[in-house]
Design a binder for this molecule. Structure first.
Ligand code: LMR
Length: 392
């Protein structure tokens, strides 16, 4: 029977890590999987995390189980950052639970949606490949709409059309900020409209906030999510700390549910708890505990926010330098300057993507998605020259 299993392709994004690692060239460049890198090309542990980890090792007196909801101190301390300081639980309507990374949160959210009787998820195209993959694995249908318009902005017409055609049993999955893979986010005015469209269409919004603070700022990056939440009765929010706390392999995330009547919250969340139990029982503790220790401590919080500011500033500098290159060979790098987060798509053909790898040792996704944080003032000219060469 096991012998009947078919070969599955390796995950294309994760496979890039190995491809890059095995390239012997000293001047190779990794613009693949979404991890932040410093101007020296490193992905160090945040100093605030190191300090919190030292405290954790010194102070933690037990590793006994916490339950499927994980570290609720962590879950609650994040809420003012996500939902705003004024009413972080929207008057008792929001509760969360810890999950293994943003993927764990999405897996639970989509499984809850399925259990609640939803059958279809409206997803932008392109999206992070794991969105569609989780829907497929759960047997949820996907209705795609075009995300990016020809003018470099978002394709609002396509989103309006998708929502106008929505049926009972539909949910919509939107990136809260730092759209992965395009870097093209909705403007605040567009979010204002989207919030009303979602409310009118009665689809369930699932908001994926995996990069808060890496776009325009912690508050700015939450604008769309907050705008949607005030317009609708119910929503699911998938959160990741893997990027904004640099905890990637520690898998730190949270799932929040917003319901219309606070009396329903415990019942709704009991579904998250039972699904977690059936999937991973309880989330890993270490990274979430470190985040909680940071958020419980004013000085550590200030240090973390300062480190996040530096990351964002560096990515802005890289984006500005790429944009300044303007027309490069057959492509225009200008739009990269106005995009947000770790990613942008350069319109390479599949052959050009291969040539960037084989001839220049520059690795990024087959979609043309580059991780801008992989560029430094030391290698960016090499990248621009390679783009000019393969697209000429
Ligand atoms: C990415 O898109 O590169 C990141 O979200 C990492 C991942 O798990 O795919």
């Amino acid at each position: 029977m096991l012998n009947d299993l078919k070969q599955q392709p390796a995950d294309a994004l994760l496979a890039l890590i190995k491809l890059h690692n095995t390239d012997p060239r000293a001047d190779k460049i990794d613009l693949g999987v979404g991890v932040y890198k410093t101007g020296e090309g490193e992905t160090p542990v945040f100093a605030a995390i190191k300090a919190a980890e030292a405290k954790l090792v010194a102070e933690q007196d037990s590793k006994a189980y916490l339950g499927p909801e994980g570290d609720m101190g962590f879950v609650e301390k994040l809420m003012p950052y996500i939902f705003g300081k004024d009413s972080p639980d929207m008057g008792g309507r929001i509760e969360g639970m810890q999950t293994p990374g943003g993927t764990g949160s999405l897996r639970l959210a989509l499984a809850m949606v399925k259990r609640a009787g939803y059958t279809r998820v409206i997803v932008g195209k392109p999206s992070w490949p794991n969105h569609n993959q989780i829907c497929a694995d759960l047997g949820l249908d996907v209705l795609e709409f075009n995300h990016a318009a020809a003018d470099g902005g978002t394709d609002m017409e396509a989103l309006r059309g998708a929502l106008a055609s929505a049926q009972t049993g539909d949910a919509i999955l939107l990136h809260g900020c730092c759209h992965n893979p395009t870097g093209i986010d909705y403007t605040d005015a567009e979010w204002d409209e989207i919030a009303l469209l979602i409310a009118d269409s009665k689809v369930l919004p699932i908001l994926d906030l995996a990069y808060q603070g890496l776009g325009l700022g912690m508050e700015e990056d939450a604008y769309g999510l907050r705008r949607v939440l005030v317009a609708v009765p119910e929503a699911l929010i998938c959160y990741s700390c893997d990027k904004n706390f640099g905890l990637y392999r520690d898998r730190v995330g949270a799932l929040y549910a917003m319901v219309s009547d606070p009396a329903d919250l415990a019942r709704v969340m009991s579904n998250g708890h039972s699904l977690a139990r059936a999937n991973w029982s309880q989330p890993p503790d270490h990274g979430a505990a470190a985040v909680r220790l940071i958020l419980e401590d004013e000085a550590l919080t200030a240090q973390w926010l300062d480190e996040l500011d530096q990351m964002r500033d560096r990515m802005r500098q890289v984006r500005a330098k790429l944009a300044a290159a303007g027309k490069t060979g057959g492509v225009d790098l200008t739009p990269v300057g106005g995009q947000n987060g770790l990613f942008s798509i350069i319109p390479f053909t599949p052959e050009q993507v291969q040539e960037m790898r084989s001839k220049h040792g520059i690795y990024f996704a087959a979609s043309g998605r580059i991780n801008v944080a992989g560029l430094t003032m030391g290698n960016i000219d090499q990248f621009i020259a390679a783009v000019a060469d393969v697209t000429a």
